[in-house]
Design a protein around this ligand. Sequence first.
Ligand SMILES: [Ca+2]
Ligand SMILES: [Ca+2]
Length: 288
Amino acid sequence: MKQLSRSSNRMIVWLFVLLLSGCSLSKNPDKGLKIEERPEEKTTEKKATAVTDANREVMTNSIGMQFKRIPEGSFLMGSPMDEKDREDDENPQHKVTLTQPFYLGVYEVTQEQYEKVMGVNPSEFKGAKLPVERVSWDDAQDFCKKLSKREENMIYRLPTEAEWEYACRAGTKDAYYWGNHSWGRHAWCKENGEGKTHEVGTRQPNAWGLYDMGGNVWEWCADWYAAYPAGEQEDPKGAATGLRRVFRGGSWIIAPKYCRSANRSCLMPGVNYNSAGFRVVVIPPWLL
Ligand SMILES: [Ca+2]
Ligand SMILES: [Ca+2]
């Protein structure tokens, strides 16, 4: 495991703070970031079938990824005006209804899983059970497409921003899904992260059994980054076009306040970063 020196770690933190400050809908946050060409992937396509338990509350796919059934429902997306550390792009807090259930990854996609599908592991911090990072939004899209081809009748995709926040909150309305408990048991952040990613599922899960929604690696969502529309929304999918894609949840490199359920951030879709990964949604045939 690569251990960063204190000075280089500080530089990375500053870089990322600069980058986050760019998610204001008008600036480009990506100056100085490395944009890499994606290598040609050569993997063998193979049809496989996912396995489900009897009540289909949980599902394990052909490469061992676990998914939790997330029920349809409504929630308040964004943060209230009096939430500590909130930012303007969390306005306006608005009611969102998701009309269909979906299955969401219990964990961030690991390096082992990514490599099985893509044949490469671009991560900076190496380890089979560590979350994959240095994956761009485009890479995450490719992963979903390849896995959808590999498993018959299964549709893999990134969560929408609304699906992500709904699942992260898991019925909670507080700034953090762990309420007033100490964040250290729940999320890998700058203060406890020791300058690196950690094995997925080693902090406490949220109320719906999802791990690392806050911290460890940021998670790409499907949406373009844009201001929220006013009024109630049903199954929102974000803006039709944009420059940057949303990612959520904070990470090992940054303060716990970025792990707030309503916090938003963004990057250009071709950029990879050592604190950004993803988790995926799967829609099995019985939900279509
Ligand atoms: Ca995360
Ligand atoms: Ca933010």
